[in-house]
Unconditional design. Structure first.
Length: 116
């Protein structure tokens, strides 16, 4: 079965951290860029971060730059999003997708809630 599965979401206090994982099954991520997107209630989905397949170069939205770190482990067919210094405005459903531009594969999403 071809799919992406996210995990690691949850409820965290402002200033806290979470690490999201995105694992592929049924296909390899080795040659694909991997992106993280999020959608908050009543808002459009937005791109958060992307990591290339070739040289590991990364992209971050201005709103998360300096707080989030994207990485990948091709041996585990998995990508990660380390989220630090979380803010209430980071609350959203987070999705991984591949490749970053016009994705062919999407995960089901994982909820991240930042609240005291």
């Amino acid at each position: 079965q071809v799919q992406l599965v996210e995990s690691g979401g949850g409820l965290v206090q402002p200033g806290g951290s979470l690490r999201l994982s995105c694992t592929a099954s049924g296909f390899t991520l080795d040659y694909l860029s991997i992106g993280w997107f999020r959608q908050a209630p009543g808002k459009e989905r937005e791109g958060v971060s992307c990591i290339s397949s070739s040289d590991g170069s990364t992209y971050y939205a201005d709103s998360v730059k300096g707080r989030f770190t994207i990485s990948r482990d091709n041996a585990k067919n998995t990508a990660y999003l380390q989220m630090n210094s979380l803010k209430p405005e980071d609350t959203a459903v987070y999705y991984c997708a591949a490749p970053c531009v016009t994705p062919d594969y999407w995960g089901q999403g994982t909820q991240v809630t930042v609240s005291s």
